[in-house]
Write a protein of this length. Structure first.
Lengths: 660, 160
């Protein structure tokens, strides 16, 4: 038998000024099933809550309705008060008679009639409430970090230092990501590999971090606390535990021409068996089977095998699938640079001395193809004039992408500065749209590039680059002076835009997280939940979310780590109980619900009899993934699925309560 | 009241006969999502904006939860206008619920017309949590529109 209590709040004069609260109380008392009706000045105050608790106890209430302010204000307050008296907290319903009645209407009689209606609806709803228990999901306290760039490494180290095991998966033969390719970093000019290498080594040696390089995440299923992960460890052809990283194998490899080094962005060559760069972590080579003579010419060449002291080269190694169970995941897959082929007028790929910003980083780097001496790719001469072109691809909705790549203004200023430092008497020109230098020390850095290092900044776009008598002629506009300019340069550096890592959309689909139209992963909330994805237990870090610089990537890695450590500080994860549930007796296993579910929360469940014979297949809701949105309810033809707290019969009862 | 009675009552809701309401003071039912429109309506309140009091809001987690039959039921119970409102495209708290709703609504409109409901009496809109003023103007305009329509167009549900 329903025993409902209705509590009408005055909220001082906020409600009572426009709504006749006594009338609402009187009307409530007339409703069948309402055993107690009361009005009070401030229901949320201590005395208000106490009287609510007393009446729950005295009248043995089975449900309560508060005609008060918005449920977004005090629903939790009253749920907690009810729970203290042993009433299921979901047996509390709020009729919003402040934000949606007294504050927005002026005619007292009509406002009161509306308040009565809203109260009646909630009485009918609460009569049909079912007890809801919050769901507890056990947590496997192990984390997976996908992507071993600076953001992923930072996340892995922070989690590992918090005492939690981490699996770090990196697609490339070495961790380090894009940051390890950089020369010096703005605005402090500390050398990237000097600050990055120790972190890479720490990650490799950390007792809580298991590192899988040259590996990819192949499949992920499950939900927060219990993700099943399949990792494909690609065949390296080198037995990692035996390799000493001595280098005899790659020195012996006959394939030292025509294979472009990915690490040096095609500015140098590598061998078929190689480490991408000397400080690679782990320092274990990878045999690139697509170019190796052993694999291309039927096993004849085995020079690396012969040269190897510990005999750790094994041509027969196969891809390996490793299965792990983790409780939380960080997706930090990083970025790629845009293909600039649509800017044919800039001649990238046609003129050797038109290069990308990342290629210039490699030229500047002491470990790069020119050992840090600035030489142009065509003839190895040191350029005296370099033109830098910003926003190649970025902020160009027609040809490229509309967004700003954020880091190019700063790295171009750095390039111009380092060029001035390394080649005395040289001159650089920078074509820009705007200068965006908003972090600490950035604006000063750009200023000093202009004022102390003499870089000439020209506000405008470049229209054409062509070769003429060994010079690159750069034609562009200087919109501030209103003049067309023409510069004869020795080299041109294009600040190419940033795009999400190739394949990140596929990973997002596998993870069940959302991504924007460019392919960057979307945060659960852009302001208030920037480290979380839309799926519980999956966190985001680094450039995979959008353009950002190194400090921001580090911050985001740490943020994701702290979220995971917070999650793992308890043994169970608590989910609100207002989720979907299936009536297995009536479910016909059409799985339309599965199609509309944005959270992969619905799976097939087989019901078997005692002898193990399949009786029927039904839909099953995973409480760890379900958010209670109710899309599945409307997709269900057989009305076998419902969302707790918003059941069909409750909504119909609310509508009926409004019948005229 | 016995739980059994509650159940029986809710099963019998289709049989309840409703008198045709006064078209000068029409009842409008708004089905709104919890995250955007309900919060937008709250914002109108906290900003002390004033709007027509004919509307009664039924809160659901998401517009994706709004069964088209709720709309039929609302007309059946005497509503003269029904409003569905949720998060803007791309803003859905549940990623895609509003898209499901929009698609369903597009198909369902035709069916409502077939049932004899004047399609001017159903409205679909997006109101975000920051659009208290949009909520106010939608309610006011929709109420004015319903008031201006001839009274009998939902009779299909009141004749038995």
């Amino acid at each position: 038998m329903a025993r409902i209590g209705v509590f009408v709040c005055w909220c001082g004069s906020n409600i009572a000024g426009t709504v006749d609260v006594e009338k609402v109380r009187e009307e409530a008392a007339k409703i069948p099933g309402v055993v107690s009706a009361l009005d009070y000045k401030y229901m949320c105050s201590d005395p208000g809550q106490n009287s609510l608790r007393n009446i729950i106890k005295e009248k043995n209430l089975t449900g309560i309705v508060l005609a008060a302010c918005s449920p977004h204000m005090h629903e939790n307050t009253f749920r907690k008060a009810a729970a203290k008296e042993g009433l299921n907290p979901y047996f509390v319903e709020i009729a919003n008679i402040r934000e949606q009645v007294s504050w927005v209407h002026e005619d007292k009689e009509r406002a009161t009639a509306k308040a009565v209606d809203l109260m009646k609806m909630m009485v009918e709803k609460v009569k049909r409430d079912k007890p809801i228990e919050d769901v507890r999901v056990p947590l496997n306290k192990k984390a997976l970090v996908i992507g071993g760039g600076i953001a992923g490494i930072q996340a892995a180290l922070d989690i590992a230092n918090g005492g939690v095991e981490v699996i770090l998966v990196e697609k490339e033969p070495s961790i380090g990501g894009k940051m390890i390719q950089l020369d010096e970093t703005f605005p402090t000019l500390d050398c990237s590999s000097c600050i990055m290498t120790p972190k890479m080594v720490e990650a490799n040696q950390h007792p809580n971090i298991k590192l899988y390089t040259y590996s990819e995440v192949e499949d992920i299923s499950g939900y927060i606390g219990n993700f099943k992960v399949k990792i494909k460890k690609k065949a390296r052809s080198v037995v990692e535990k035996d390799c000493t990283g001595c280098g005899e194998c790659w020195n012996a490899c006959p394939m030292h021409k025509n294979i472009k080094s990915e690490f040096n962005v095609n500015l140098s060559e590598r061998t078929a068996i190689y480490v991408p760069f000397p400080q690679a972590v782990p320092l274990v080579p990878v045999l690139d089977r697509s170019v190796c003579l052993h694999f291309k010419k039927g096993g004849k060449c085995q020079k690396c095998y012969d040269a190897c002291g510990p005999k750790c080269i094994n041509f027969d190694l196969q891809d390996e699938i490793i299965e792990e169970t983790v409780g939380a995941i960080v997706a930090s897959t990083g970025y790629d640079l845009m293909d600039t082929s649509m800017y044919g007028e800039y001649g990238y790929g046609k003129y050797k001395d038109v290069i990308s910003g990342l290629q210039f980083e490699r030229i500047l780097s002491a470990s790069g193809p020119t050992e840090g001496v600035i030489k142009r790719p065509s003839d190895g001469k040191t350029p005296q004039t370099i033109v830098f072109v910003q926003c190649v691809g970025s902020r160009d909705p027609e040809k490229g992408v509309p967004y700003c790549s954020k880091v190019c203004c700063m790295y171009t200023a750095k390039h111009a500065k380092l060029f001035a430092h390394k080649v005395h008497g040289s001159q650089s020109y920078v074509f820009y749209i705007d200068i965006r230098s908003t972090s600490k020390g950035y604006e000063e850095f750009v200023r000093s590039t202009m004022e102390q290092d003499g870089a000439i900044y020209l506000r405008g776009r470049v229209s054409k680059i062509y070769e003429d008598e060994g010079k690159l002629i750069v034609k562009g506009a200087d919109t501030l002076s209103g003049n067309q300019v023409e510069i004869a340069a020795d080299m041109v550096v294009l600040a190419t835009g940033v795009i999400p890592k190739k394949g990140s959309d596929k990973l997002a689909q596998m993870l069940g997280i959302s991504y924007d139209k460019y392919g960057f992963f979307t945060e659960s909330h852009p302001k208030l939940r920037p480290a979380e994805s839309s799926t519980a237990g999956i966190f985001l870090a680094g450039m995979a979310q959008g353009p950002r610089d190194i400090p921001e990537s580090v911050v985001s890695g740490s943020a994701a780590a702290s979220k995971i450590l917070g999650l793992f500080s308890k043994n169970e994860y608590e989910v609100e109980g207002t989720i979907a549930g299936v009536n297995e007796a009536t479910c016909v296993a059409c799985f339309y619900c599965q199609r509309v579910c944005a959270y992969n929360a619905i799976s097939r469940k087989e019901i078997k009899d005692r002898s193990g014979k399949l009786v029927k297949v039904v839909a099953n809701v995973n409480p760890g993934l379900c958010t209670g949105c109710g899309a599945c309810v409307n997709a269900c033809f057989s009305k076998s699925i419902d969302v707790k707290g918003f059941m069909d019969d409750q909504i119909y009862a609310e509508i009926k309560a409004l019948a005229i | 009241m016995e739980d059994k009675d509650v159940k029986k009552e809710s099963q019998n809701h289709t049989d309840v006969k409703i008198e045709s309401g006064n078209s000068g003071d029409p009842r409008i039912i708004a089905f709104v999502c919890n995250w955007c429109t309900y919060s937008g309506a709250d914002l109108a309140g906290t900003s002390r904006m004033k709007y027509s009091d004919n509307v009664r809001v039924i809160k659901l987690p998401c517009t994706g939860r709004i069964d088209p039959l709720f709309i039929v039921e609302a007309f059946k119970k005497g509503a003269k206008g029904v409003l569905v409102s949720g998060c803007h495209p791309g803003d859905c708290h549940y990623t895609s619920g509003n898209y499901h709703s929009r698609r369903k609504y597009a198909t369902f409109r035709d069916l409502l017309g077939y049932l004899g409901v004047d399609l001017d009496r159903v409205e679909f809109s997006w109101v975000s949590a920051s659009e208290g003023n949009k909520w106010v103007s939608i309610i006011n305009e929709f109420t004015d529109k319903i008031k201006s329509l001839p009274g009998k167009s939902t009779d299909i549900f009141t004749k038995k």
